[in-house]
Design a protein around this ligand. Structure first.
Ligand code: SF4
Ligand code: SF4
Length: 287
């Protein structure tokens, strides 16, 4: 089973929840940090030897002696990564290229070939021999977050685990979609503020567009009558868990601790939560 933990905006506690869920279920779940522009799960999960794998992409390179400026490739490219510039001939903008390879195929003169460029890296670690963390990291300035997210998700597992948790990129742009699209269920983390609810609704709209089942976790909750709880009740959205607004949780977080460090009793609740999700998604227990 694959679960994406997402949020309509940053700062809701998405990574805090992902890390705690993985820690509480370390014997049966692995964590993939798909927030490739700003991965931070590793700040809470330290230790273990890291292996690093580069993520390459292929961008087109033009052989000007074969190009007759027919324009077939520029018409094909949906991302404006190619332009014909008069006497300068065909120009390639690798930072706009989404590595689809289509222009190379449509060129009638075989004037385009592949050039490898580095898009990011995948780091993999096993912490204390039990919890696997995979971190996708985008190269600075690279446009290809989905490429790196895909590589992180497809990175061969080091441990056999029945559940993979994706810490998804915040927001509702294409990197969010490329991660959530690969999950069986999406858990949306929100907070009980008007901004939180506004972005929660945007994320729900995006997820419904992908026909993905989803549920909500409310962080910094003041109980089952807070703004987010009432909002979810009104809309019939299932709330899996409320993480209370407590000073010791905030202090622990600011010192690099996890939810479980702040409140060890949270471990049992997070194990039960994963059991419930697995039952809901697969119709049976995690074996
Ligand atoms: S590989 Fe695809 S995205 Fe990149 S320049 Fe060619 S057509 Fe455009
Ligand atoms: S399709 Fe080929 S020949 Fe035509 S403009 Fe592009 S690179 Fe040049």
């Amino acid at each position: 089973m694959k679960i994406a933990v997402a949020s309509g905006k940053g700062g809701t506690g998405k990574s805090t929840f992902s890390v705690a869920l993985a820690l509480a279920n370390r014997d049966r779940a692995r964590l993939v940090d798909c927030d490739v522009e700003e991965p931070n799960a590793h700040l809470f999960l330290r230790g273990g030897e890291s292996t690093s794998t580069p993520v390459w992409a292929s961008v087109p390179e033009v052989d000007a002696s074969l190009c007759d400026a027919c324009g077939k490739c520029t018409s094909f490219c949906q991302y404006n990564a190619l332009a014909l510039a008069g006497s300068a001939g065909l120009m390639v903008f690798p930072e706009l290229c989404h590595d689809c390879g289509g222009c190379i195929l449509v060129c009638p003169n075989k004037a385009l070939s592949e050039r490898k460029v580095l898009r990011g890296t995948i780091e993999s670690r096993v912490i204390d021999g039990t919890l696997e963390l995979v971190t996708g990291r985008l190269e600075v300035g690279s446009p290809s977050a989905p490429t790196v997210i895909r590589a992180a998700i497809e990175n061969p597992p080091a441990l056999r685990r029945r559940v993979t948790i994706f810490d998804a990129p915040p927001g509702t742009a294409c990197s969010f979609a490329s991660c959530v699209h690969q999950a069986d269920h999406c858990v949306l983390v929100t907070d009980p503020t008007p901004f939180g609810l506004h972005d929660l609704d945007l994320a729900i709209e995006a997820i419904q567009g992908m026909s993905k089942p989803f549920s909500v976790v409310i962080n910094r909750s003041n109980g089952d009558d807070d703004l987010a709880s009432r909002h979810c009740r009104r809309r019939g959205i299932p709330v899996l868990m409320r993480i209370p607004e407590r000073r010791e949780i905030a202090e622990c977080y600011s010192n690099g601790g996890s939810l479980l460090d702040a409140d060890p009793s949270m471990g049992e609740r997070l194990r039960a939560l994963l059991d419930d999700l697995h039952f809901h998604v697969s119709g049976g227990p995690i074996l």
